[in-house]
Ligand binder design. Sequence first.
Ligand SMILES: *Cc1c(COP(=O)(O)O)cnc(C)c1O
Length: 440
Amino acid sequence: MKLSEPYSANTSFDGELSIAGITASGLAAEFGTPLFVIDEDDFFNRALAWKQALTEEFGTEAGTVYYAGKAFLNKEVVRWINAVGIGLDACSGGELAVASSVDFPADRIELHGNNKSEVEIENAIKAGVGTIVMDSFHEIERVARIAAEQKKIQKVFLRITSGVEAHTHEFISTAHEDQKFGFSIASGAAWKAIEATIAHPSLNLAGIHSHIGSQIFINDGFEAAAARLIELLAKYHEHFDMQLPELDLGGGYGIAYLPGESALVPREVLGAIATVVKRECAKFGLRVPKISIEPGRHIVGPTTTTLYEVGTTKSVELDGGDSRRYISIDGGMSDNIRPSLYGARYTALLANRLSDSATVDSRIVGKHCETGDIVIREIDLPGDIKPGDLLAVPATGAYGRSMASNYNHIPRPAVVAVKDGVARLITRRESISDLLSLDI
Ligand SMILES: *Cc1c(COP(=O)(O)O)cnc(C)c1O
């Protein structure tokens, strides 16, 4: 039986979970647990869907789909996005290094970050990074100086705070906002940043950028941000009698984590954005600029399942006489910080066998020395789950392995790519000696 979202596209359950034709127990035996299992075809198809949707909705005005590497990045993933023919949104020297280690075309990289170091900027310009998205007045001066030193003209965007603040399931529109990213339109900083940028011959201001948040489900937020940025493009046009050629609308497209939740559909959300972009450009007499986007979570999140082995179970008495069963797995907040960090919710499945045992109220917890080390706060799972069983947690591809830590000196898990019945290690498990090698 094929499982639907939030499970990755090629996941099925026939007495045991398998992903792209490989059983959970086979994966655990070969690679150990905890294990991130990424469905390669699913990744490829999701990335391609964004590329095709952008082209279909914007035609010749389609810019670039930049995969937001911070969601999950390793060398193999960079090769995949290169094969799909999309770009990479990187936000540190480390992420740039992964891309250059596998010869990813630098002109398809966009460099983000609110505090890029001198060295990061130097290396990015030296490597020929396509676009640097600038985030502060200090940075405008820094990028301009370093580009001039290298005798280059660097293409840049400015990150603009539109005043549209998007939270997970709602968006609120504020005149100005209290957060670290970008130049705000409302305060006039955005316009000053434009003036500061065009004053530098070593900078080529090609466009503006907005990213309103993450795990967003309501198109209105994207539409409102696009409209405000186009208003700024119109002001530029009015003032200089020229148009900035590009507009980057960021990422943040929501996915399903729990059964019954639905995800945004690339064609639908980009269709809604395209309608607003075309309407607003027509209103101001502008040509539609080249539109780029930066999906991270929506490409990689649903592709990945974490496999854990159960170590212990324990029944705990609750007030009122009920009890809750705690299931301890061999990972936790070190491989998935999102539940502790944002109260994020996941589902799980007994992966290695069928059980007809009645379900009991369960809490899945990690092995770390924190009470808050909870993967799933409340879930009904079969009463006979025991040490040695495998649990599968779907939709862990984004901000899971990439936010993993070594808390309690627990080595970070391996990542295995599965496709057509074959499993390949793409990031090996960290070892205790990796950890010890850092200490002097
Ligand atoms: C985090 C981020 C993204 C990706 O966000 P997702 O929610 O993973 O799609 C895109 N652009 C910028 C600038 C970001 O900071």
